[in-house]
Design a protein around this ligand. Structure first.
Ligand code: GSH
Length: 209
């Protein structure tokens, strides 16, 4: 079959998760850089969201479906545990991160700085002030979770880590994100240790010129 394509912008945390999954699995892929809500995105995802995926004549949308396909359709180290109890715990953290944590940190805090809807595009203080307590709380929760084994779920680096690292990495572009992580030393130690992992480091969003 032809080479796997991961479809979406390298600035998206969910696209980065899919790319990390391919890299950790040892699957070669091409990144097809398209914007969310573009006609190309709408052709794959009903709401125009990214990432999408193409593999031969198979297309998928939603990062969890894509990462499951990558995990199960290719040879390579498992990205999620095969034991049902361990797998359920990984899914629990993946769901929490992909919904609650993504919403507070990416859709609210990070977007309030970098995709502000204010007429002058300045950071939206109303959103930032409203969400910063929630971000602090979530980072405490995540910090407690990584304390046990050094990973978000289970004994080895896995898909839950691939969901959370792009989000907490992006949070560091904001003062409130940095402050919240400073108050969660276990999470900061986890981030400092994992940030040089090749699947994460090599998928960093391009720097603005
Ligand atoms: N549940 C989706 C969420 C994907 C998502 O939120 N993607 C963002 C970019 S990081 C997006 O496409 N946003 C455009 C929009 O909300 O219309 C998944 O896991 O793939």
């Amino acid at each position: 079959m032809s080479k796997l394509e991961i479809i979406g912008s390298p600035f998206s945390n969910f696209v980065r998760t899919a790319r990390m999954a391919a890299r950790e699995k040892g699957v070669e892929y091409a990144l097809v850089d398209i914007l969310p809500r573009s006609e190309q995105a709408k052709a794959i995802h009903p709401g125009g969201m990214i990432p999408g995926m193409r593999h031969g004549d198979r297309t998928l949308f939603e990062s969890r479906a894509i990462t499951r396909y990558i995990d199960e359709a290719f040879d390579g180290p498992p990205l999620t545990p095969r034991d049902p109890w361990a797998a359920a715990q990984a899914e629990q953290w993946i769901s929490y991160v992909a919904t609650s944590v993504d919403r507070a940190i990416m859709r609210e805090l990070v977007h309030a700085y970098f995709f502000s809807r204010k007429p002058d595009r300045s950071p939206d203080r109303d959103i930032i002030d409203r969400v910063k307590g929630k971000v602090e709380y979530q980072m405490q929760v995540l910090g407690k979770a990584v304390e046990k084994t050094g990973y978000l779920s289970g004994e080895t680096f896995g898909l839950a880590d691939m969901y959370v690292l792009p989000i907490i990495g992006q949070s560091r572009a904001t003062p409130e994100g940095k402050e919240a992580m400073a108050k969660a030393p276990s999470l900061l130690a986890y981030y400092e240790k994992q940030k040089s992992r090749p699947s994460f480091a090599d998928t960093a969003p391009p720097k603005a010129k």
